[in-house]
Design a protein around this ligand. Structure first.
Ligand code: FES
Length: 158
């Protein structure tokens, strides 16, 4: 004879206050789904945070020796997993930009002769300050703080 376990009462919690163990498969399944729900919500909220604060989220600052900046005034790096470029302007100041287009996240290229960024996906153009010149991008390229310490440029310094 097979015993029906779906109506079995859950185990009683011991007097010590320890967690109860579901006595049925249904109870175990509910517990697992609940745990997955909490994990999924946490993952979703972290994704929203990363979207709203790109380049931040605890990314370590990037150090680039100033001597590594090319003759054309550029150096490439990754900041928090995002590709970026360090540019030396005509006034010798250093500026750092994300190379991720603000339209649909294609990677933009830098044209040193024309001093502009170009996004090949939908013909988006940005000027040397990262501002939108033409095309569908809704906002400027993300710009990161640059600080000079000794012979290094520190990108993303607090
Ligand atoms: S993704 Fe850059 S213009 Fe569309």
């Amino acid at each position: 004879m097979v015993e029906d376990t779906s109506t079995a009462a859950p185990l009683k919690a011991p007097e010590t206050g320890a967690l109860t163990v579901p006595a049925t498969r249904r109870g175990l399944l509910k517990g697992l789904l609940g745990a997955l729900g909490v994990f999924g919500l946490g993952t979703f909220l972290y994704g929203v945070y990363r979207f709203l604060a790109p380049g931040a989220g605890g990314a370590e600052p990037v150090e680039i020796p100033v001597a590594e900046i090319s003759a054309s005034g550029t150096a490439f790096f990754q900041y928090g997993g995002t590709p970026g470029i360090l540019l030396r302007g005509d006034d010798q100041t250093l500026k750092a930009f994300s190379l991720v287009c603000t339209h649909l996240a294609c990677i933009v290229t830098w044209n040193a002769e024309k001093k502009e960024f170009y996004c090949p996906c939908h013909d988006g153009f940005f000027d040397a300050e990262g501002r939108v010149v033409s095309g569908p991008p809704p906002s400027p390229l993300e710009r990161w703080k640059v600080e000079i310490k000794g012979d290094k440029a520190i990108i993303g310094a607090a």
